[in-house]
Design a protein around this ligand. Structure first.
Ligand code: HEM
Length: 256
């Protein structure tokens, strides 16, 4: 009772109850996972613009990167879409990592309490989810420091010269190896994530599970191959040299 005789409701807000519940966390993990997977697939498709080559100094992938920065222009400020996307993705990433870690811990604690031996069939993708997630996180930090902020530049880089930047970077075998390995790890993570997302959303059913499993594997395989193509084709020389070198662009960062 309050001093005015009114009853005070101390029950937590509905959203708080949902956030604390296992099912609520599963939904947050699934929705944020879908957002992250959507970005990954869109990024892979965007990268395929590199296959159109260097053009006449205006590579298709450079024009695409410019387009992303000027969506809504002149009504919206420069980079508006990009910053909105970065904020949404970053929030999704934080919520995803938080909920999956909490769910993993809850699961471990429940298994420790329940001493019955477990006979759960599980795939390598499922067993290595925490490790693959961590490796992807480390890769994304390295990747953004390389191509977005250009803080790490083992090869020369310049703003806006996406084709030339990628061409230069993927002449080095060890950079190709890091990228191809990272997308293979991403594949393991994504395969299990898409399948368990189907289970959380309730579309799974013993009669149709073969379909959801194959769909998850198919989407994952296309994503991994699509990503791996770009560094591999640059490295093998199948994609031609850029018309304008990185050094000729304004604000180029050298290797030193
Ligand atoms: C072979 C694989 C990949 C290549 C060649 C590649 C290439 C690039 C390039 C060139 C940029 C900078 C684009 C620009 O300046 O406009 C970029 C940005 C980015 N990439 Fe990738 N990427 C690859 C894989 C990935 C993967 C697997 C992820 C995530 C799991 C990822 C996440 C990002 C992020 C978060 C950015 C920053 C976007 C922003 O500026 O807001 N990339 N990537």
């Amino acid at each position: 009772m309050s001093t005015h005789g009114q009853a005070i409701d101390y029950r937590p807000h509905r959203l708080k109850i949902l956030w604390r519940s296992t099912i609520g966390k599963k939904y947050v993990a699934a929705v944020t996972g879908v957002l992250l997977a959507g970005f990954v697939i869109a990024h892979m498709l965007g990268n395929l613009k590199a296959l159109e080559g260097p053009g006449n100094g205006h590579a298709s992938i450079d024009r695409y990167a410019h387009f992303l920065r000027t969506i809504g222009s002149p009504a919206l400020p420069h980079d508006f879409f990009l910053w909105t996307e970065r904020i949404v993705l970053f929030t999704a990433l934080v919520l995803h990592v938080t909920t999956v870690t909490q769910l993993y811990r809850r699961n471990r604690a429940a298994q420790a309490k329940d001493h019955r031996p477990k006979r759960i069939r599980s795939t390598i993708s499922a067993r290595t989810m925490p490790l693959s997630g961590l490796l992807i996180l480390v890769f994304v930090i390295f990747h953004v420091l390389q191509f977005t902020t250009m803080t790490i530049h083992p090869t020369p880089l310049a703003k806006g010269a996406v084709y030339a930047n990628a061409y230069g970077a993927f002449q080095k075998w060890w950079i190709v190896l890091i990228y191809v390995a990272a997308v293979v790890v991403l594949g393991f993570h994504m395969n299990h994530a898409l399948w368990s997302g189907a289970q959380t959303s309730g579309v799974d059913n013993p009669d149709r599970n073969w379909f959801w499993r194959r769909l998850a594997t198919g989407v994952t395989a296309i994503t991994v191959i699509g990503f791996a193509l770009v560094p591999t084709l640059f490295w093998t020389g199948a994609l031609p040299k850029p018309v304008t070198t990185v050094a000729a662009h304004d604000g180029a960062r050298s290797t030193q």
